[in-house]
Design a protein around this ligand. Sequence first.
Ligand code: FE2
Length: 497
Amino acid sequence: MRVSRDLRGWSLALGVIFLTTATGFLAKVAFERWSKPVTVFQIAPYLQPGDDPAGGPLALLWQTDVETSVWSVQVRDRAEAAWVNVESPEVRRFDLENLAPFQLYRAFLEQTHSPVRQAVGQYRVLRDHIPVFHAEFSRKRASGAAERIVVLGDCASATSEQKAIAFQVYQARPDYAVVTGDIVYTYGRVSEYLDHFFPIYNAGQASETTGAPLLRSIPFYAAPGNHDLVMGDLDLYPDALAYFYYWSQPLNGPLEGLGERGVPILRGAQAKQEAFRLAAGPAYPRMASFSFDKGPIHWTVLDSNRYVDWTDPERLDWLRQDLNGPAAQRAAWRFVVFHHPPFQSSHAHAEDQWMRRLAPLFEAAGVAVVFNGHVHNYQRSCPMEFVPDTSEALQNLETVAGQWTLDRGFDGVSNIHPRGVIYMVTGGGGARLYNPEQHDHPESWQAFTTRFVSNSHSFTVVDATDQLLTFRQLTEHGVEVDSFQIGKPPLLAPGSR
Ligand SMILES: [Fe+2]
């Protein structure tokens, strides 16, 4: 009897131990499941300008592996407001030769409807009806409101300076950012975007050594550079030309009537080119050049790569109409951005100045500033006018001869009314600096250059109102190395409108 009672006691004890252990195990599994960060994203949600050049709803994109979850997006004005569903996201599947298949989702964040216009709204992304991502987003400002823009270039190259710049951009709290090309090194590949674009500009935490959560809250716009559109041979890198996959920008560029003339050249086997076209959809080739209006500024974004013939009459017509059209001329300011600088003083890329031919068009349309990259440092020109030499012997040369007139009276402080166009190279966004030896040698600069900073990485901050533009150039440590202003009314160049 006694033995039997002991056995029952032991059985009971073992049962209790088993139940306790099993419950603890299950509780631990449940806890870990809820407490772990969501890892469903290959690319966490990031904002893009979307299709509307007039500033319609922003696009929100994210990437997953191939899976069958139901995804949705909700927005609201402020923390206590009710969430509102936006239209279901569209999904595209990518099957690229050197990568596991993946899916890219795109939804549009409708403008929220608070009677008091908030500078930010909120959105969240739900997977199978469970929220898995939440962020604030920069909203369209009321007409006439000031906007802060960051401009940077030659950036995603996985350097410590790129991360420090991303952190400084975050500290500046811009409404949006514009990239002057060479967005992702070295070949503009999907794998390079995954490795050193998204993790740095959409980092979970902000720090000088990791980057910052920028892309989830502000849209980036970009002009394509040579590393984005020229370096990628699809035979060598079947995931190249990812610019056409990951960017969602207005498709209002100069394609009508141009066909395949002067568009990004595809290299590689026919089957690989077809796979690329299928994956890129309507973005290729149209998204290489485009324009958009945001706040007080009309932006014209050009593909300046060498395969583009900017003497083509139809292409020039598009540019003329864009710069002189109602949207551009209604805007308080006109800015142009493209990769290859027409006027710059570095010994590096000194020959790559073919875009000079467009200077008279910019002057005639009253363009205030042209932003470029390609040269990895910072340079600012005097306000200037340029008459290209169009004699036949000088056609098709990479460096365009001609005559410039410089406005040396403009200092951006006591005289803020430029006569002509200011050309800024802001290409110090992360890649190795060019010509640091020229920094302290103004005698090595061209006559039109008034500022030349090649001993630090840097980016541009622009504060824009209808009446005043304030420019500051900040280093990767947040140190100001240049500043100037442009005010209304601008002085028009002689002979212009
Ligand atoms: Fe470049």
